[in-house]
Design a protein around this ligand. Structure first.
Ligand code: NAD
Ligand code: TYD
Length: 358
C-alpha cells in the first residue's frame, strides 16, 4: 500500500534541490493534496526567490519557517505546531570546496541538525504507525572514489573523503541507527550530481555556464579527467517522491544519471551548447579554459548503480542530458537578475530586513 501524507516538512526547501522539490510537491504532476512546511535558515545558499510564485499559488498548502535545524527546541516546535507526519530532509551545507576551507558548519548543520530532526520525529511520532516517514537526502560522495571501473551500489562500503562527505556519511548512519534502535520509519537516498535551474553558481555546471556567457576564465581542477554522473534535478525529485510513497522502511536507494562525464569533456559539451544558444564563438570559449591547482583530496570518479530503484520502484531518468543542459543554459540566460542578486548578496540583505529569526 502506498503511504499518504498530510503535512510534509521539507528542510532546506529554499535551496537548489529543495525548491525544485517543493514546486514538484505543490504542482500538478503528483497526487499530493497536503501541506508543505519549508524550514530553511536561508544561508548564502538558500533563496526565497527560488520559490517565487509558490506561496501565492499554493495558499494554505505552503508555509515558510525561517529557522535553523541546529536549534533543537525550534525543530520540536515546528513538528508540534504543524502536526508534521513526514520529512524530506535536504537542509545541509553542500559544497565540497567550502567544506575544505571551513568545515565547522558542515559538522553542526549536517550532523547535529540531522540528529535534532530525528529526535523531534521520534518524539512527535511515538505511538503512530502508518503514514509517517523520515526521508533523508544524501549523496553518492559518502562511498568515496572509484577507479576507472565499477559502480556504487547500496551495499558499497562508506569511505568519505571530504569534510562534506564525512558529515553526510555521519548523518546517514544516524538515520539508519534511529531505524534500527528505535524503529523510526526512515528511508534514505544517495544521489549523484544534480544540475538544473536555481543551482547556486559556485557549483560546476552553473559556474561554467555563467563564466562562458560573461567571457570569464573556466577553471578546471587538476587534469580535468575527474568523472561525475549527472542527473537532472527533476528526475532526482521524482525518485524521492516514489521512495516517499512506496520505498521500503529502513532501506536505502541509489539514484543516478547513468551519465558519466569527465569534467573537461563536459565543459566542451557546454561550449558547444552555449555557442548555439547564446551565439558565441566556440573557439573563443575554448580559449577561456584554464587548468588550475587541484582540489585537495579530489575524488576521481563517481558512478551510481541505480538498478534497485529502477527494478523495485519503477523509476527511470526522463530528461536526456543534452536536453537538460540546454534547458539549464536557457534558464540561466533568462534569469541573469537572479544571478546578479545572488552574487551581490542583495537577497541576503533583503532577508535580514524582512525575516526575523524565530
Ligand atoms: P543547497 O546548498 O543549494 O541548499 C541547502 C539549503 O539548506 C539552503 O536553502 C540552506 O539555506 C539550507 N540550510 C543550510 N543550513 C541550514 C540549517 N542549519 N538550518 C536550516 N536550513 C539550512 O543544496 P542542494 O544542492 O539543494 O542539496 C540539498 C541536499 O541534497 C543536501 O543534503 C545535499 O547533500 C544533497 N545532495 C545534493 C546533490 C547535488 O548535486 N547538489 C547531490 C546529491 C545529494
Ligand atoms: P562540484 O559541482 O563542486 O560537485 P562535487 O565536487 O560535489 O562533485 O564539482 C563537480 C566537479 O567539477 C568536481 O570534479 C570538481 C570540478 N570542478 C572544477 O573542475 N572546477 C570548478 O570550478 C568547480 C566548482 C568544480
Amino acid at each position: 500500500m502506498e503511504r499518504s501524507f498530510k503535512n510534509i516538512l521539507v528542510t532546506g526547501g529554499a535551496g537548489f534541490i529543495g525548491s525544485n522539490m517543493i514546486r514538484y510537491l505543490l504542482g500538478e504532476k503528483i497526487d499530493f493534496e497536503g501541506r508543505v512546511i519549508n524550514l530553511d535558515l536561508l544561508t548564502y545558499a538558500g533563496n526565497l526567490e527560488n520559490l517565487s510564485g509558490v506561496a501565492e499559488k499554493a495558499g494554505k498548502r505552503y508555509v515558510f519557517v525561517k529557522g535553523d535545524i541546529r536549534d533543537k527546541s525550534l525543530v520540536e516546535e515546528v513538528f508540534e505546531e504543524f502536526d508534521v507526519d513526514s520529512v524530506i530532509h535536504f537542509a545541509a551545507e553542500s559544497h565540497v570546496d567550502r567544506s575544505i576551507v571551513s568545515p565547522d558548519a558542515f559538522i553542526t548543520t549536517n550532523v547535529i541538525g540531522t540528529f535534532n530532526l530525528l529526535e523531534a520525529a521520534k518524539k512527535a511520532w511515538e505511538g503512530k504507525d502508518n503514514d509517517i516517514l523520515f526521508h533523508h537526502i544524501s549523496t553518492d560522495e559518502v562511498y568515496g572514489s572509484l577507479g576507472p571501473h565499477g559502480y556504487f551500489r547500496e551495499d558499497s562500503p562508506y569511505d568519505p573523503h571530504s569534510p562534506y562527505s564525512a558529515s553526510k556519511a555521519a548523518s546517514d548512519h544516524l538515520v539508519m541507527a534511529y531505524h534500527h534502535t528505535y524503529g523510526l520509519p526512515v528511508t534514505l537516498s544517495n544521489c549523484s550530481n544534480n544540475y538544473g535551474p536555481y543551482q547556486f553558481p559556485e557549483k560546476f555546471i552553473p559556474l561554467m555556464i555563467l563564466n562562458m556567457l560573461e567571457g570569464k576564465p573556466l577553471p578546471i581542477y587538476g587534469d580535468g579527467k575527474n568523472i561525475r554522473d549527472w542527473l537532472y534535478v527533476e528526475d532526482h525529485n521524482i525518485a524521492v517522491w516514489l521512495i516517499m510513497k512506496k520505498g521500503i522502511l529502513g532501506q536505502k536507494y541509489n539514484i543516478g544519471g547513468e551519465n558519466e562525464w569527465e569534467n573537461i569533456k563536459l565543459v566542451n559539451k557546454l561550449i558547444y551548447i552555449i555557442s548555439c544558444e547564446a551565439k558565441k564563438d566556440p573557439e573563443l570559449l575554448k580559449k577561456l579554459i584554464v587548468f588550475v591547482k587541484d582540489r585537495p583530496g579530489h575524488d576521481r570518479r563517481y558512478a551510481i548503480d541505480c538498478g534497485k530503484i529502477k527494478r523495485e520502484l519503477g523509476w527511470r531518468q526522463t530528461v536526456e542530458f543534452e536536453e537538460g543542459l540546454r534547458r539549464t543554459v536557457r534558464w540561466y540566460m533568462e534569469h541573469m537578475d537572479w544571478v546578479n542578486r545572488v552574487r551581490s548578496g542583495e537577497y541576503m540583505r533583503w532577508i535580514e530586513l524582512n525575516y526575523l529569526k524565530r
